[in-house]
Design a protein. Structure first.
Length: 303
């Protein structure tokens, strides 16, 4: 017997923060796999003209160099192990709602002597983060005509992938406790990502006809609950071919008009978010509780 919680897999997920849609997923059956070990798959898919926002786990020399080579840009929080040389004076550029912003030119040199010129943007926070950080240090290759304040505010106010993960776990059952075999868990998670995109499309349709404030008040949990509770009855009452006949041949513009028509009829009171109470402090874990990679255990059994 192993006293540890199973980790049936890991996934690197790409989010379009403007449209709030999942763009792609790169899975790994090993639960101990870190994002950096999956990063090479994302690097192979890099395209020109994209701005990448990422947390410090993705702040690697190879990833930043590859984004630049792909003629794209990045705004990535600096990892403590990422080195650079300061080549300019640090300048105060203004304030965001959470702190004071500074900018400085730096150069990163990789192990092969290659150099990458960067802008370092530091936000000295008025209040520490939940992790106790008093400042956020960002690295970017965006051109100078994009102001440091705009970059800092975009990173601060971006709709994060963590927000998606929270909704996947709490509202869409993306992580099913009883699914321990990695392929099954990964398929279930991928289906939850697709469901998330579908509900995002529903919310966007409401936003177009009833405004952003109304759309933002809609609860993913209540929408998912509605689909879950009515799906079986609708499947019995309306054959699958009827759905295909009604919607399968619609062009994108026609489908958009149909979605807007339905969005005007939505009974919003059924899907409004519940008021959120004050945040509770995090409870500190005690003991030697650990997670175990299911894929590693299964591999050992086959030997």
């Amino acid at each position: 017997m192993i006293n540890g919680a199973p980790l049936p897999g890991q996934a690197l997920v790409v989010l379009d923060p403007q449209r709030r849609l999942i763009e792609d997923m790169y899975p790994d059956e090993c639960g101990h796999a870190q994002e950096r070990l999956i990063l090479h798959e994302l690097i192979n898919e890099l395209q020109a003209g994209v701005v990448w926002f990422a947390d410090r786990n993705f702040c690697t020399s190879v990833f930043l160099q590859e984004i630049a080579l792909a003629k794209s840009w990045f705004v990535i929080r600096r990892h403590a192990s990422f080195s650079y040389t300061e080549v300019g004076e640090r300048t105060r550029v203004g304030r965001t709602p959470t702190g004071t912003v500074y900018e400085q030119a730096v150069v990163h040199e990789d192990s092969h002597g290659g150099k990458l010129s960067l802008r370092k943007i530091v936000i000295e926070l008025d209040n520490p983060t939940s992790d106790g950080d008093t400042m956020i240090e960002l690295l970017t290759n965006l051109p100078a005509d994009v102001s440091a304040l705009a970059i800092a505010d975009s990173y601060r106010s971006r709709w994060t992938i963590e927000g998606v993960f929270g909704e996947l776990t709490l509202s869409l059952n993306g992580e099913i406790n009883t699914l321990a075999y990695p392929p099954a868990a990964i398929i279930a998670y991928a289906l939850a990502l697709i469901s998330f995109n579908v509900l995002t499309l529903v919310r966007a349709s409401v936003e177009v006809v009833q405004g952003q404030e109304t759309a933002d008040s809609m609860s993913t949990y209540h929408m998912a609950e509605e689909v879950s509770s009515t799906d079986q009855g609708m499947t019995i009452a309306i054959p699958v071919n009827d759905w295909r006949t009604r919607f399968g041949g619609l062009k994108p513009v026609e489908m958009a008009e149909e979605l807007k028509r339905m969005a005007r009829e939505v009974q919003l009171r059924r899907y409004r978010k519940s008021p959120r109470g004050p945040k509770k402090p995090k409870t500190k874990r005690t003991g030697s509780y650990q997670h175990v990679s299911t894929q590693k255990l299964l591999s050992q059994q086959k030997r």
